[in-house]
Design a protein around this ligand. Sequence first.
Ligand code: PHE
Length: 342
Amino acid sequence: MLESINRILQEAEEWKLKNSDDLEKYRLKFLSKKGALNELFEEFKTVSKEKKREFGQELNKLKNSLDSKYQELQSEVVEEKGEANKFDLFLPAVGNDLGALHPLTLVKRRITEIFARMGFSSEDGPEIETDRYNFTALNFPENHPAREMQDTFFVSKGKQQSDDVLLRTHTSNVQVRLMENNKPPIRSIMIGRVYRNEAISARAHCQFHQAEGLYIDKNVSFLDLKNTLLHFAKEMFGKDTKIRLRPSYFPFTEPSAEIDISCFICKGEGCNICKKTGWVEIGGSGMVDPNVLESANIDPEEYTGFAFGMGIERIAMLKYDINDIRLFFDNDVRFLNQFQGA
Ligand code: PHE
């Protein structure tokens, strides 16, 4: 019996906790009803009278050792849990780290919404395009400077100029595709990315976004164009916003006009964005040239239409007072986080 006592004592002493389950295992093995200690006490009943005193003392020592070791192990577990529980329950909760929509997404959605309420559907077209849709069908003369290398990123040369593949330089390519595939009335807004071979600076980038508008029906007039743009500007920048149309030239519109809006930032007081003129250019527009209608098989005697193309970065820069176009493409979270909830 002494042998068993010593063996159990040793085993208990060497008991180490790898995890908190080991504490319960210890209890079951040594201290529970069916544990080693009780077994010995059962055996003790059968021990002869002469040996009872000696064995009894040893057995009590064992019981004390096992108990105090159990307490030791218990406090180890408590300590460990304490480590993990060192929370200050009075600290304010850490909020969920919500992302924010990109400012260009916000502006694109707003543009879509404003024009949807005027009955414009949303359309889409390819960014990799042939010369035909980007230039030829839009009435660009053969040697128009916009076709030249400094503006256009060419992808590959075709058999003839109109087969050249390029990155679209504007969203007007979608106009042509729409006119080819639909009968008037057509009333659509086309938003997308465009590319131009330009040096990157605070005001220019080789990639940016445009919102193209096209309305073709019977009796569409320049007044419709102006009122549509005015309504858009008021919805986008506030009801006091004014617009100004300046004569301009595009091969695919006649007459053509540059669209200015009254400076939203300085409200006419004069700031860097409007270069102290009180007006900011946001795009081009005009009445669809009869040649363009014809090349898409729409009879210019029966139908007229207007078109416009606006720079989305420019609109976002005005709306959110952003002074560098490169910020839109850097994806710096310090910039992007500022649009949370916008
Ligand atoms: N596509 C022209 C541009 O990128 C803008 C425009 C669109 C002008 C439609 C007139 C009509 O500058």
